[in-house]
Design a protein around this ligand. Structure first.
Ligand SMILES: Nc1ncnc2c1ncn2[C@@H]1O[C@H](COP(=O)(O)OP(=O)(O)O)[C@@H](O)[C@H]1O
Ligand SMILES: [Mg+2]
Length: 238
């Protein structure tokens, strides 16, 4: 569905992606894990066509997507749940959801989309008239996921959904991600919480300093000594 080939992105003179190659097949849940500053958010924002490409290519459904803009990517069914949620704080939950519905193909399905989101997160139905800025962090993450779903994406890019959330809320968020995946949506999940991400993903990539340093089936990555020591907090002794 999406291929990223030798992607290079820089902020001014500072390279952030130094030739990243990865793919997400239709129906896959793929994770990219790695430390702070590795380039994960840069990768997501570049796929969403929010950052210019210095080198390499993006290919969506077999067609070159490098020259597309953010709106065109959205129209082709690619939606982003950005790091830090980025809701409109003074608008209500439901108004924030409606913003996700601006894609032309999604507009006629507005009511169905809202119901899908409230079925996934009953708590948002209770809070639907509440200003998004007054929600808890977990509820804001639910609203951000809901807003992206309103665009009826085929590919969802999720950047650090568990950041700053209590463990019980992280469970709710990961459960929702798995349910969305089970509905047939392809997912690229970016996480610093490698243990959780590798537990739900089929395949994964490890990114360090703008490069992919390891890749493979999630179960295989979980067993790799470097991944266990650097990302799963395990010593080699077990
Ligand atoms: N807007 C920006 N301007 C300049 N440098 C940036 C900007 N955003 C990120 N960077 C730099 O690019 C690198 C990758 O950052 P980022 O993609 O946010 O990593 P991650 O999401 O893995 O933490 C880091 O060195 C970071 O400091
Ligand atoms: Mg990031």
């Amino acid at each position: 569905m999406l291929e990223v080939a030798e992607l290079q992105v820089a902020y001014g003179d500072a390279p952030a992606l130094r030739g990243v190659t990865l793919r997400i097949g239709a129906g896959e849940l793929v994770t990219v894990v790695g430390p702070n500053g590795a380039g994960k958010t840069t990768l997501v924002n570049t796929i969403a066509r929010l950052l210019p490409v210095r080198g390499g290519r993006l290919v969506l459904d077999g067609e070159d997507a490098t020259a597309l803009d953010a709106r065109q990517m959205c129209d082709r069914g690619v939606a982003v749940i950005p790091e830090g949620r980025r809701l409109f704080g003074t608008m209500t939950v439901e108004e924030n959801l409606e913003i996700g519905c601006y894609r032309r193909d999604a507009r006629p399905h507005r009511d169905q989309g809202i119901e899908r989101v409230y079925a996934l997160f009953p708590r948002l139905r209770e809070r639907r008239r509440q200003q998004a800025g007054t929600l808890s962090g977990g509820e804001q993450q639910m609203a951000a996921i809901g807003r992206a779903l309103m665009a009826r994406p085929r590919l969802l890019l999720i950047d650090e959904p568990s950041l700053g959330l209590a463990p019980a809320i992280v469970d709710i968020v990961f459960d929702a991600i798995q349910r969305i995946h089970a509905e047939g949506v392809s997912i690229l999940l970016i996480e610093q919480n490698a243990a959780r991400a590798l537990a739900v993903a089929g395949r994964g990539y490890v990114m360090e300093d703008g490069r992919i340093v390891a890749e493979g089936p999630a179960a295989q990555l979980r067993a790799e000594p470097h991944v266990r020591e650097a990302y799963l907090g395990e010593t080699g002794e077990k």
